[in-house]
Design a protein around this ligand. Structure first.
Ligand code: ZN
Length: 613
């Protein structure tokens, strides 16, 4: 049981400092804590890294009884429980991975009122004997994490979340908090409705993640592009997302051959190997995880320094969520993605072939268009992303590729007419590569096979490189001037919207990034400026030494390095070089329990380092 003085309303600040080692609450945290402490329900929308879990952990400690946290993934539960135990909080998890004798033990601890927090999977609540046990307990609150899983329209839908609606009927007196790091208006409404939370009890934070830089590069040689990105981020942990399992395995192997510590992760891997790879990612430094979207939810590793996408995510919401796994500790981090014609064509085909019903198909199509338009946009990425969440943002952010690079806008109406004519003259049966060859007047085998060298459009587009033509086709497909056939051969046809360019002279503008000016930066600043800053080489060296010391300690104790101290704490140590327990206690993230457990070890390490200077 927690060993701090009796709780009262005023001591939420005391708990914050003594357990978590934070000096003050951030953003909406304090209001939410007090709201729950009063016994009210709420929905909290807060981006990753804004400190969502404190919002329920502190009121659960302040109120009588055990806080029940419903969490979708076993990995997440384990990580959170380990982290809380390292702070001296009595937390346990109850899930299918637990041996029977431990289940009995947790149940006993619950009955005896010995637990502060209990993490359970949503499926557990469908279990009638567990539900009966809950009925006999004194419950401080219910916290529903990743609450967007309740949305039947969302990409993370979990049917078991739907039954959480009964909690309010069965436990009307127990306050409930639902939390998510992503939810557009529709999802937000679904969560409120299904969990019976009044709309006025919505706490909406800014969705901005200022420490993450956004960059989308045009796909040319994606593996080499990725490799050079990874070389810029040498020694850092990160996640690389690929669409298919095969791509995951190929890429992980290729990166390993290049000498990088890259591991594969997807749902088809052997369960043991999957768990081992995940564990290595969590507990080691400098590991790169190459994964499908099966990986990530529930990974609380705070120092993931980059998230790279080799393929497009499913929606802008998914992009926000996946990139949001970078930089939970608030330190500068990167979201990087390659994007090209093949991604657009693939996504459009997927939409066409979807066997969802009409209503769902419309929603999917809209989400797909929003994502593609985000990739095509030359507006500040952060501004576009936040607009998606209905949040006004006064750009430019100076921390995205569109803010860094100069762009040139050209009137491409005539070129678009040429492109559409080429589609029309060839009977709307060919894909982009052939059409580009045709426009550029290249007499290859396929051109000769269909006698296309005799068409009036043959060679009319010699003035542009194939790269410019491909960009234009991508734009015409992305903006629905051209449709992609659903049979899967990638043949293009002119849509009703495309006909407007031919008949009504609708204007099309193509923006071309001026690569020659990269680095001069139009409105932004140097992208490399957002690296983690150190005063001098000595400070950087001390930070690296502290990190190595932490890794050694974590291995000895069998915990994740960040459960000992997060990078931000180590950076403060490298900066302030505390020489006493009292000085160490003043740093961010050093609570009483951690001070007792690790304080002396780090103070000794720092004084040894000082002697060696
Ligand atoms: Zn920007």
């Amino acid at each position: 049981m927690i060993f701090f003085p009796p709780m009262n309303q005023a001591n939420h600040l005391h708990l914050l400092n003594s357990i978590f080692g934070h000096k003050s609450f951030r953003g909406l945290q304090e209001r939410i804590v007090l709201h729950l402490h009063k016994g009210e329900d709420c929905l909290v929308l807060m981006p990753t890294s804004a400190g969502k879990s404190l919002c329920y952990q502190i009121p659960a400690l302040m109120r009588d009884g055990v806080g029940i946290i419903i969490s979708p993934l076993i990995a997440l539960m384990k990580d959170q429980v380990d982290n809380l135990n390292e702070m001296g909080i009595k937390a346990r998890a109850l899930n299918s991975s637990l041996p029977f004798n431990e289940v009995l033990e947790v149940q006993r601890e619950l009955r005896e009122g010995k637990l502060d927090l209990l993490y359970v999977a949503p499926e557990k609540l469908a279990n009638s004997s567990f539900f009966s046990l809950l009925k006999t307990l004194n419950i401080a609150l219910f916290a529903i994490d990743e609450a967007h899983c309740i949305s039947e329209w969302g990409h993370d839908f979990r049917p078991s979340y739907l039954q959480l609606g009964v909690l309010k009927d069965e436990f009307p007196e127990v306050p409930m908090i639902a939390l998510t790091a992503t939810a557009d208006k529709q999802t937000r409404k679904e969560i409120l409705d299904k969990l019976k939370i009044p709309e006025k009890n919505l706490f909406l934070s800014s969705f901005d993640r200022p420490n993450i830089s956004y960059e989308i590069v045009e796909k040319k040689r994606p593996k080499e592009q990725l490799l050079s990105f990874l070389r810029e981020n040498k020694g850092e942990s990160g996640i690389i997302y690929c669409m298919s399992r095969k791509k995951v395995e190929d890429l992980a192997l290729w990166l390993s051959e290049k000498g990088l510590k890259a591991l594969p992760y997807h749902a088809g891997l052997d369960e043991g190997l999957r768990a081992r790879n995940q564990n290595t990612f969590i507990k080691e430094e400098e590991v790169i995880m190459v994964a499908t979207v099966a990986f990530g939810m529930g990974i609380d590793k705070p120092n993931v320094r980059f998230v790279a996408h080799m393929d497009l995510p499913k929606s802008l919401e998914a992009y926000y969520q996946e990139t949001g796994r970078a930089g939970r500790d608030g330190l500068p981090s990167k979201a990087w993605m390659t994007y090209g014609l093949d991604s657009v064509v693939y996504l459009k085909k997927l939409m066409e072939n979807s066997d969802a019903d009409h209503g769902r198909k419309l929603v999917e199509k809209k989400k797909c268009d929003q994502l593609i338009s985000y990739c095509e946009s030359f507006q500040c990425r952060r501004q576009r992303l936040l607009e998606y969440f209905d949040e006004p943002f006064k750009g430019p952010c100076k921390n995205c590729d569109n803010c860094w690079t100069t762009q040139e806008s050209v009137d491409a109406t005539l070129w678009s007419k040429m492109a559409l004519s080429a589609v029309f003259r060839t009977g709307e049966s060919f894909g982009v590569h052939h059409l580009v060859s045709l426009l550029r007047g290249e007499t290859n085998e396929k051109v000769r096979q269909f006698n296309h060298q005799n068409l009036s459009v043959f060679g009319i587009g010699k003035m542009n490189s194939s790269h410019v033509w491909k960009s234009l086709f991508r734009k015409l497909i992305a903006e629905n001037y051209l449709s992609v056939d659903s049979e899967g051969f990638g043949a293009l046809s002119i849509s009703p919207k495309g006909a407007l360019i031919l008949k009504e002279n609708e204007k099309v503008f193509l923006k071309i990034k001026d690569a020659s000016k990269k680095g001069q930066t139009a409105i932004g600043s140097d992208p490399h400026k957002k690296e983690v800053d150190f005063k001098d080489d000595f400070q950087k060296k001390l930070f690296d030494d502290l990190r190595a010391f932490r890794l050694k300690l974590s291995k000895e104790r069998g915990v994740a390095p960040y459960h000992i101290f997060i990078d931000k704490t180590l950076m403060e140590m490298a900066d302030k070089k505390p020489q006493s327990m009292k000085d160490l206690r003043n740093l961010h993230g050093v609570g009483n329990f951690k001070l007792r457990r690790y304080g002396k070890l780090f103070v000794d390490f720092l004084s040894d380092s000082a002697r060696l200077q």
